[in-house]
Design a protein around this ligand. Structure first.
Ligand SMILES: Cc1cc2nc3c(=O)[nH]c(=O)nc-3n(C[C@H](O)[C@H](O)[C@H](O)COP(=O)(O)O)c2cc1C
Ligand code: SF4
Ligand code: SF4
Length: 432
């Protein structure tokens, strides 16, 4: 059986699945049950400074986007950092860590942007036994208006400055959690690296309004007739998170900085995808909120099976897809495919026809008896028919042999060549 033990920036855990800082990690009762269910680590719900606890709304704090089967695709929340007293959280963290020394326990922090506030909170958490800190520079609502969370995460100079303070006043490993509410995620990651961060984690939630109540004319969740933007997460954000992780993993400026991947991880496969794109481990929130702590068990067995079936160690998975993430201009323009419909599997619904006909290609013919056939002379291989067909694998894409004539262009399929040397490119470099 593949060994799932993880060592992320020196923090050991029995598997690479950590719960992200959020309601499931807000208290001892939860975290103990999470560890019993099998989670390798948790990032405790974000702690703030000493003093009166933050105050949450007392109405609905979540808005949800459902799929057609009412599966939760995305959650929007307007919750703040922990609203429990600091000393209660610290006492509970110490107690849990004492009983679960083999699990990773990271403390997420968010305090005002001045050195003394960071120095004070770091001193308070020193004797909890926690394995590291995560700096919450990501929450996009509530705390951002107070100059914290994403208000810091959107200014690379602030990220660098605070990270330096943390490294100066603490010996703990420091993970900087990044906000996706920014144009180029590499910039804050570079700033975290300059500040001395041991790792970055991403993504925190995305600014969002999930829906509008068309009777109240207010965003949902609605609090006494009004709404405010919240942070979006869950399966819907995974593609955005994967891209951001990959950008950091392959950028020359940030390549090599350890990454904790977050955003829509629901199954072992999601986790493996994050890791293939460079994440050393993953963090999970929405899946645990939706399905409960035991969702980790599918992740553990699934990753075991996958690694075993590929005769691969966990360390060999991490970053394995990074070399294959390229800029568009490096893609092979001589890679030619054509759609093929399996007539035995086809149920004659006509979705492929409607999609192709009305998407400018007109490459599927509807013959008498609702027999659908690809017209290779027109097919640009866009893949849309595959994506809309309700029968899995009914339409596949066939790769042309080298030298085989593309019936659409009349040109034989050639060797690898990309846009940088294409004759239509006015900036074309001479082929090397
Ligand atoms: C209700 C809720 C509360 C959250 N609170 C925090 C928080 O206190 N600190 C933090 O760093 N992230 C917080 N997050 C963000 C999550 O840790 C995570 O980054 C995000 O939800 C994306 O992961 P997911 O798609 O698995 O949910 C919260 C998310 C939700 C849904
Ligand atoms: S791949 Fe695109 S162009 Fe070709 S048949 Fe399908 S939808 Fe039409
Ligand atoms: S979408 Fe799929 S099942 Fe429907 S007609 Fe096209 S090939 Fe057949």
């Amino acid at each position: 059986m593949a060994d799932l033990r993880s060592n992320f920036i020196g923090i050991k855990s029995p598997n690479p699945f950590w719960l992200a800082s959020a309601p499931p990690t807000d208290k001892e009762y939860n975290v103990r049950r999470a560890f019993q269910a099998g989670w390798g680590g948790v990032v405790w719900k974000t702690l703030g400074s000493e003093g009166p606890p933050v105050v949450n709304v007392n109405g609905p704090r979540y808005g949800v986007i459902h799929g057609a089967d009412r599966r939760v695709l995305g959650i929007n929340n307007i919750e703040l950092i922990t609203d429990r007293p600091l000393e209660v959280n610290l006492r509970e963290i110490k107690s849990v860590k004492r009983d679960y020394p083999d699990r990773a326990l990271i403390i997420s922090l968010m305090v005002p942007c001045d050195e003394d506030s960071w120095k004070d909170i770091l001193a308070r958490i020193e004797d909890t036994g926690a394995d590291g800190v995560e700096l919450n520079f990501g929450c996009p609502h509530g705390m951002a208006e107070r100059g914290m969370g994403s208000a810091v995460g959107q200014v690379p100079d602030y990220i660098e400055m605070v990270t330096r303070w943390v490294k100066k006043h603490s010996r703990m490993p420091c993970i900087v959690k990044l906000t996706p509410n920014i144009t180029d995620v590499r910039k804050p990651a570079e700033a975290a690296k300059r500040g001395g961060a041991d790792a970055v984690s991403l993504i925190n939630t995305i600014n969002s309004i999930t829906s509008v109540d068309l009777d109240l004319f207010a965003p949902q969740p609605t609090i006494d007739g009004k709404g405010s933007h919240g942070g979006y997460c869950g399966p819907a954000v995974k593609p955005i998170a994967l891209n951001m992780v990959a950008e950091i993993a392959r950028s020359p400026e940030t390549r090599g900085i350890p990454i904790s991947g977050i955003g829509g991880v629901t199954t072992w496969r999601d986790a493996a995808e994050f890791m293939a794109l460079g994440a050393g481990n993953v963090q999970v929130c929405t899946a645990a909120m939706t399905y409960g702590f035991k969702v980790v068990q599918e992740m553990i067995t699934g990753l075991h099976d996958y690694l075993d079936s590929h005769d691969m160690a966990l360390s060999e998975l991490i970053g394995r897809a990074v070399p294959n993430v390229k800029d568009w201009q490096e893609l092979n323009l001589n890679y030619v495919t054509k759609a093929v419909i399996d007539q035995d599997a086809c149920i004659g619904c006509g979705r492929c026809y409607a999609a192709c006909e009305d998407t400018s290609h007109q490459a599927i013919a509807m013959n008498p008896g609702r027999v659908f056939e690809v017209i290779e002379e027109e097919c640009v291989a866009c893949n849309l028919c595959v994506d809309v067909c309700p029968v899995e694998d009914c339409i596949t894409m066939r790769e042309l042999e080298l030298g085989e004539i593309d019936k659409r262009t009349g040109i034989p399929r050639g060797d690898y060549a990309n846009w940088t040397s294409h004759p239509n490119n006015p900036m074309a470099r001479a082929a090397e």
